[in-house]
Write a protein that binds this ligand. Structure first.
Ligand SMILES: Nc1ncnc2c1ncn2[C@@H]1O[C@H](COP(=O)(O)OP(=O)(O)OP(=O)(O)O)[C@@H](O)[C@H]1O
Ligand SMILES: [Mg+2]
Length: 394
């Protein structure tokens, strides 16, 4: 059992707070991803878990044991670093064997000449070699064991770094952006391999990335982090569809969620841009709200008027099956982006005026402080005088 309990962790460097009140429970065997922009404190948190950095406050337990003050090598966790941190003068085999040599051989036994003469050194060395060969085989790098890191491709180096972590049979894997140095195609391939590795090993993975596609595809749960704070911890789909607050909604999703200012006209009706949408919001008339509308929540409507937003096309991006259509709307500062099925909107062109229907149950509402306003009912029927607008069909 190696669940990880993080309680109220804090950390500052030179009086600058880097982590604050971070609490998180990671279940045994779970794949949890820390997702956040550069500099938000992801690596710092991971290094504290590994025992490479000491927290300012709070506590960490691994497998039911408080590990504050326990040295890195006694925590039974392994870390794959952002930079891989392979030793350039050592072969792949030597790099992979290193953690086992450090653990199983004494300082004397590790000496180059004298060590080899000592009893046990040879036997333990042979056992380590078997472990390294087996792990290299499992990762498809057995043919590279005699090479130096400089003679490897990025993907091969990444596998060696994973292999060096694996040989120790850790109960927790910590991975700090292990794919960030790879090109896009290789990243997708290695992503699948890491998922498979997790499935095969069945141990706890805590994975750090700023890449939301990685976080969404790999994880059982995602912890969204910003400026040293955890904003939301939930399964990927929930992070996307049911964000706890505006900052989460804006960080996750590509193209970014559209944020439109709205004013409640009456219960069940919100004025937005030039139009009004039927949204089941409890609020006094005149209250300001923010409407978060994901690009795919729009469709081309058959007419203008309440229930649809009207905009002028500024830019069309062809993405294959989809179009990203950027529109100017009256009363909206930033361009609104709609993601439309190409086959449903074949003739859209710059300068054209387009009516966009919005699926009301897909609109996320936020208060001016960024907190989420939940709908009164889980599914939103149009209750006001606005009938939902029909979809435009060619
Ligand atoms: N040893 C240190 N001394 C002083 N400041 C540090 C130290 N390590 C990290 N920091 C600062 O702490 C903040 C968080 O750094 P951290 O490396 O944890 O971010 P990160 O989320 O991993 O970013 P990235 O995605 O760029 O790797 C940054 O502002 C960084 O400059
Ligand atoms: Mg980092």
């Amino acid at each position: 059992m190696a669940d990880v309990q993080i309680v109220d962790l804090g950390k500052a460097f030179d009086q600058i707070t880097v982590l604050q009140n971070v609490s998180l429970q990671v279940a045994d065997g779970e794949f949890l991803t820390l997702l956040g922009p550069s500099g938000c404190g992801k690596s710092t948190l991971l290094r504290i878990l590994a025992g490479l950095e000491v927290q300012g406050s709070g506590s960490v337990s691994i497998g039911g044991r408080v590990v504050d003050g326990v040295r890195a090598k006694h925590r039974n966790v392994a870390m794959v670093f952002q930079s891989y941190a392979l030793y350039p003068h050592m072969t792949v085999a030597q790099n992979m064997a290193l953690p086992l040599r450090m653990r199983r051989l004494t300082a004397l036994q590790r000496l180059p000449v004298v060590g080899a003469l000592l009893p046990e050194t040879r036997r333990i060395g042979a056992e380590i070699a078997v472990e390294v060969t087996q792990t290299a085989g499992a990762l498809g790098i057995a043919h590279l064991l005699d090479r130096k890191p400089a003679q490897l491709s990025g993907g091969q180096r990444q596998r060696v770094a994973v292999g060096r972590a694996m040989v120790r049979h850790p109960t927790v894997f910590l991975m700090d952006e292990p794919l960030s140095n790879l090109d896009a195609k290789l990243r997708v391939q290695m992503r699948a391999e890491i998922k498979e590795l997790h499935r095969r090993l069945g141990v706890t993975f805590i994975y750090v990335t700023h890449d939301q596609a990685e976080a969404m595809t790999l994880s059982d749960r995602v912890a969204v982090m910003l400026e040293g704070e955890l904003l939301q911890v939930a399964p990927p789909q929930q992070i996307y569809a049911d964000p706890a607050e505006r900052r989460v909604a804006e960080f996750v999703g590509s193209p970014k969620i559209n944020m439109l200012e709205g004013v409640v006209r009456e219960q069940g009706l919100v004025d937005v841009a030039d139009s009004a949408l039927a949204i089941d919001v409890e609020g006094e008339a005149g209250a300001a709200v923010m409407l978060g509308i994901r690009p795919e929540a729009f469709y081309v409507a058959d007419r203008a008027g309440p229930g649809a937003l009207t905009g002028t096309v500024r830019l069309v991006e062809h993405m294959g099956s989809d179009l990203y259509v950027h529109l100017d709307m009256r009363g909206v500062v930033e361009a609104v982006i709609a993601r439309l099925l190409a086959e449903r909107a074949p003739h859209i062109a710059i300068g054209q005026v387009v009516n966009l229907g919005v699926r009301p149950d897909r609109v996320l509402l936020f208060a001016s402080d960024g907190s989420r306003i939940r709908p009164r009912r889980p599914t939103l029927a149009a209750t006001a005088s606005v009938t939902p607008i029909g979809e435009y069909v060619q």
